[in-house]
Design a protein around this ligand. Structure first.
Ligand code: IPE
Ligand code: IPE
Ligand code: MG
Length: 255
């Protein structure tokens, strides 16, 4: 499949595995990790790693469009990432604006719809404005749904959901007897989203780091030591191909 409008500065990967559309995961979530280590290995500042990571992000969004993945959710900034030095936090939180200033026309032309999940309260205005503009401009697009997890934490999300649900019970909009998994899910940031089929984590760590704790209950995990700035389209397609070999049983028996 040909990408309709080429992304600017896109580096072509060397080897791209054969890709067929059958059994492609509909929703892929990615923990984009390893930017800092990539920079350190090269004797650069950590921020250089985040900048390079942005190029990878563009490349992988393009790959997801080409593979007709329906939804891509990217862990961009966690509720715990505020612990980092202020300059690094600011640099990361400026990246959405940098990305959208350059690529929003490409994303629109490729029918990508942008969304955000996380606690928007503590985010700087430049991040919020850039995201809101992109959300509004892409609201009617029907292609890839691209979700940025920004100031997102799984525990924070679950607590918020419990509080909102409790408020509805108090207001008699909801009865406690009605509450089940489906109803609870509607109080999460991901209320309108399907659960991820595949979770990719780059950078070698084998943990969730507070990402989508509720939603990943039956997701297939795929880990790689490759650092995010070096993650290629070929790696992405490899994860998808391996996902297709998995037998998802959901606690039942295989067919
Ligand atoms: C992931 O890369 C990006 C964010 C967490 C925002 P890191 O910055 O965590 O890179 P490492 O893990 O230190 O190499
Ligand atoms: C997870 O990476 C958060 C994002 C990729 C945004 P971290 O680098 O923050 O995770 P830990 O600290 O290694 O668990
Ligand atoms: Mg990290």
């Amino acid at each position: 499949m040909v990408f309709k409008i080429p992304f600017i500065n896109h580096k072509q990967p060397e080897i791209i595995p054969e890709h067929s559309g059958e059994n492609t995961p509909e929703h892929i979530a990615i923990i984009m990790d390893g930017n800092g280590r990539w920079a350190k290995n090269k004797g650069l500042l950590r921020t250089a790693g985040h900048k390079e990571g942005l190029s990878t992000l563009v490349k992988i969004v393009k790959a997801a469009v080409n593979c007709q993945v329906k939804m891509l959710t990217l862990y961009t900034f966690s509720t715990e990432n505020w612990k980092r030095p202020k300059a690094e936090v600011e640099f990361i939180l400026k990246l959405p604006k940098q990305l959208l200033d350059v690529y929003l026309p490409d994303l629109i032309a490729n029918n990508v719809r942008i969304n955000v999940i996380g606690d928007m309260h503590d985010l700087p205005k430049y991040t919020l404005d850039a995201m809101q503009y992109a959300i509004d401009r892409t609201a009617h697009n029907t292609g890839l749904e691209l979700n940025f997890a920004l100031n997102y934490g799984g525990r924070d999300e679950i607590l918020k959901a419990i509080k909102d649900m409790y408020a509805d019970v108090k207001d008699t909009k909801l009865s406690m007897d009605e509450v089940n998994e489906q109803i609870f899910s509607k109080y999460l940031y991901t209320a309108k989203m399907p659960e991820p089929d595949l979770l990719i984590r780059t950078g070698g760590e084998k943990r969730l780091s507070n990402f989508l704790l509720w939603q990943l209950a039956y997701t297939e995990f795929w880990f790689t030591d490759v650092l995010w700035p070096e993650f290629s389209e070929a790696d992405f397609l490899c994860a998808i191909e391996q996902y297709k070999q998995r037998n998802r049983r959901y606690g039942g028996l295989s067919n």
